[in-house]
Design a binder for this molecule. Structure first.
Ligand code: ATP
Length: 274
């Protein structure tokens, strides 16, 4: 686009094309976002505004990438936070941070003259976990504040706010978060299938010299069960093996070794966390 980039402004435009696989998730997300883009019409029809989208699935499958692409697609300001940032010993601090996050989103969008802001909260289960009735947890206030902020999102306000949250443990979320008018759009982001893995491998091979005879299809087959983040690691590790071999290009055996390394790494991580 012909947009000028201001000095010192950090922009990392990320589009849906840079996300491999996840075709269904991308399609569902775009449908939801199109709904957001036409919210004036939607408000006129009396349809409830879209406030929250929940992305759920295993780690490293591209949930953060999807949220960034959503901001890009809707020409919104993008703000990210993680659920664990709101957990504080002192009552009220977490709630204050939630309030500040929404305030910051509105201020930043106004400053940048954008009509919308995407707020991405990763690990939402940390603040939005089930409240178990009985004992009061110190961060119930934080969750209550989040619910208050969501209830305060209106279709015709400017800037419009869209909250996108991610979790690997949807079943742990408090039902208050999942009620209509809150996170009422759920999108599953699963591990990629073979076609998806090939797509992701190709994306991460893009900036790397790969020997022309390398069969990435075979690598995609052999990396069954790998997440996007692991496939990114495979490409990176393969490049390191190539460097060790003083090779200027990544060969198929570098990729095979990288698959083993990433697989072993996962195992040792698991052993260590036992
Ligand atoms: P977490 O639940 O651990 O936060 P996540 O689902 O948000 O994980 P991302 O942070 O989006 O995962 O992915 C981490 C990295 O893995 C990305 O920066 C990218 O390099 C790579 N990656 C993951 N999924 C994909 C994908 N579908 N296409 C291309 N790259 C991917």
């Amino acid at each position: 686009s012909g947009q000028k980039q201001r000095a010192g402004e950090k922009v990392s435009p990320l589009t849906f094309e840079q996300i491999g696989g996840q075709e269904r998730a991308k399609q569902e997300l775009v449908e939801a976002l199109d709904f957001l883009v036409h919210q004036d019409k939607i408000a006129k029809l009396g349809i409830r505004p879209l406030k929250g989208i929940l992305l759920s699935g295993p780690p490293g499958t591209g949930k953060t990438l999807l949220a960034k692409a959503a901001a890009q697609y809707t020409d919104s300001i993008y703000l990210a936070a993680s659920g664990s940032e709101f957990v504080e010993m002192y009552v009220g601090v977490g709630a204050g941070r939630v309030r500040d996050l929404f305030k910051e989103a509105r201020t930043k969008a106004n400053k940048a003259k954008k009509s919308s802001a995407v707020i991405f909260i990763d690990e939402i289960e940390v603040i939005g976990g089930k409240r178990d009735g009985g004992q009061q947890r110190e961060y119930d206030q934080t969750l209550n504040q989040l619910l208050t902020e969501m209830d305060g999102i209106y279709a015709n306000e400017s800037p419009r706010i869209l909250l996108i949250a991610a979790t690997n443990r949807k079943e742990m979320l408090d039902s208050a978060l999942l009620r209509p008018g809150r996170f009422d759009r759920h999108i599953g982001v699963d591990l990629p299938d073979k076609k998806g893995r090939l797509h992701i491998l190709n994306i991460h091979a893009n900036n790397k010299p790969i020997e022309p005879n390398v069969d990435l299809e075979r690598i995609a087959r052999e990396s069954f069960g790998f997440s996007g983040a692991q496939l990114e690691s495979v490409m990176n590790e393969a490049a390191i093996y190539a460097m060790r071999d003083s090779s200027e290009q990544i060969a198929e055996n570098h990729l095979s070794m990288a698959i083993d390394k990433v697989m072993m790494g996962e195992k040792t991580d698991r052993e260590a966390s036992k």
